[in-house]
Design a binder for this molecule. Structure first.
Ligand code: SIN
Ligand code: FE2
Length: 217
């Protein structure tokens, strides 16, 4: 009970500095989760989730789509950003205003204002799906942070350093949590451990992640 008699919800938003340039905003957007997921359904109805092939020939376990001016994609020829969805050859759909507002607010909260992303990668993890340690380095400008929003099933985020060989820290992240990294941490190695079986009221047996980037000015 606070001074004014308000009973705070169990999961009050809080901020954790995990490393220089890495901020975890706990339950930053929990109350927006349902409406964010509705927007994602609308996006995926036009640009469906797909499992991309990486240059080595392996198929990623995470299914992906995009919204924004640029979308991240991969095939045997390499990783890149495109303005059109390679499946339809039509432009990725404009980023919903609510996505932009959330990304801007989270970046500001984490000390990285101003941030106006022009790409949002949408990752969908089924149980067992994972993302190996990698750096986000296909953008042309590293002065902007990465804003990463978690929805649905929880995950273990692998928080590495600038050296691939360092053992990553394991951070449990839940629906509504937002992780922001930039500045000295912009090129940290990171990944996601295999998603554990479970059921979430909003996403069932999936985890969804939104990763906002500024690809170029
Ligand atoms: C990513 O690195 O693109 C996604 C990270 C996450 O799913 O939390
Ligand atoms: Fe990443």
């Amino acid at each position: 009970m606070s001074d004014n008699g308000t009973l705070w919800p169990l999961e009050t938003p809080s901020q954790e500095g995990l490393a220089d340039g890495v901020v975890l905003l706990r339950n930053f957007c929990g109350s927006d989760a349902a409406s964010l997921l509705q927007e994602i359904d609308t996006i995926a109805a036009v640009a469906p989730f797909r499992q991309l092939t990486v240059p080595g020939g392996h198929t990623m376990s995470v299914a992906m789509t995009n919204t924004g001016t640029f979308g991240w994609t991969s095939d045997r020829a390499g990783y890149r950003y495109t303005t059109n969805d390679p499946l339809s050859d039509r432009p990725w759909q404009p980023m919903p205003r609510s996505f932009l507002a959330l990304a801007e607010l989270a970046a500001t909260e984490a000390g990285f204002a101003p941030f106006t992303p022009n790409a949002c990668l949408i990752n969908r993890y089924a149980v067992g799906a994972k993302l190996s340690l990698h750096q986000d380095k296909d953008e042309l400008d590293y002065t902007h942070p990465i804003v990463s929003v978690s929805l649905g099933l929880p995950a273990t985020f692998l928080l590495g350093s600038l050296q691939r060989s360092d053992t990553p820290r394991r951070i449990r992240i839940e629906s509504g949590d937002v992780m922001v990294w930039g500045g000295p941490a912009r090129l940290i190695y990171h990944g996601v451990a295999p998603i554990r079986p479970g059921s979430h009221p909003l996403t069932g047996s999936f985890r969804i992640n939104l990763t906002f980037r500024c690809v170029m000015h």
